[in-house]
Write a protein that binds this ligand. Structure first.
Ligand code: ZN
Length: 144
C-alpha cells in the first residue's frame, strides 16, 4: 500500500532538514577551532562576523589579525623570491617592447625597481637602460 502523499512529503522534508543541519554544524565547529581565543576572557567559542571576531561569552568584538592583507600583496619573482622596492633584478626572458626594434634581452639588469599595482598584472615600475621607464611583470624577472 502506498502512503498518503501528504505523509510522504512531510517525512521527506524532515529527512532533508536533518541532512542539511549536520554538515553545517560540522563546518561551524571547524571554523571555531581555527580562530584565536577571545583576548578578554579566553573563550574558545569565538566566531567570525564579517571582518570582526566576536566572543559569544563576553560579547567582545575585535578585528582579525592585520597580517592577512599584507601577505596578499606580496610580489614574487619568477622563482618565488619576495620582491621589495629598491631591489635589483635581471630579466629572465627576451621582452618585446612596443615601438622598439630590439627586445629587452635575457639577463638585462634592472636597478631600483618599484612595486606598483599596474595594469594587466604589471607589478614592477622601473627604468631599463636604453629603453627608459616602463612596467614589467614580476613573473619575468629574478632577484639578484
Ligand atoms: Zn570573551
Amino acid at each position: 500500500m502506498r502512503p498518503h502523499p501528504c505523509t510522504a512529503t512531510r517525512r521527506h522534508r524532515l529527512a532533508a532538514v536533518n541532512q542539511d543541519t549536520w554538515p553545517v554544524m560540522a563546518i561551524l565547529s571547524t571554523v571555531t577551532n581555527s580562530l584565536p581565543p577571545c583576548p578578554e576572557c579566553s573563550s574558545e567559542y569565538t566566531y567570525e562576523l564579517g571582518a570582526l571576531l566576536v566572543c559569544p561569552e563576553c560579547a567582545h568584538e575585535w578585528e582579525t589579525a592585520p597580517g592577512d592583507e599584507a601577505s596578499q600583496s606580496v610580489v614574487k619573482d619568477a622563482v618565488g623570491n619576495v620582491l621589495a622596492d629598491g631591489d635589483t633584478v635581471i630579466v629572465t626572458k627576451n621582452l618585446k617592447v612596443k615601438g622598439n626594434p630590439t627586445p629587452i634581452k635575457v639577463g638585462t639588469k634592472v636597478r631600483n625597481i618599484r612595486l606598483v599595482d599596474g595594469i594587466d598584472g604589471h607589478d614592477i615600475d622601473c627604468k631599463v637602460d636604453g629603453f627608459g621607464s616602463m612596467q614589467l611583470k614580476s613573473s619575468v624577472v629574478k632577484k639578484v
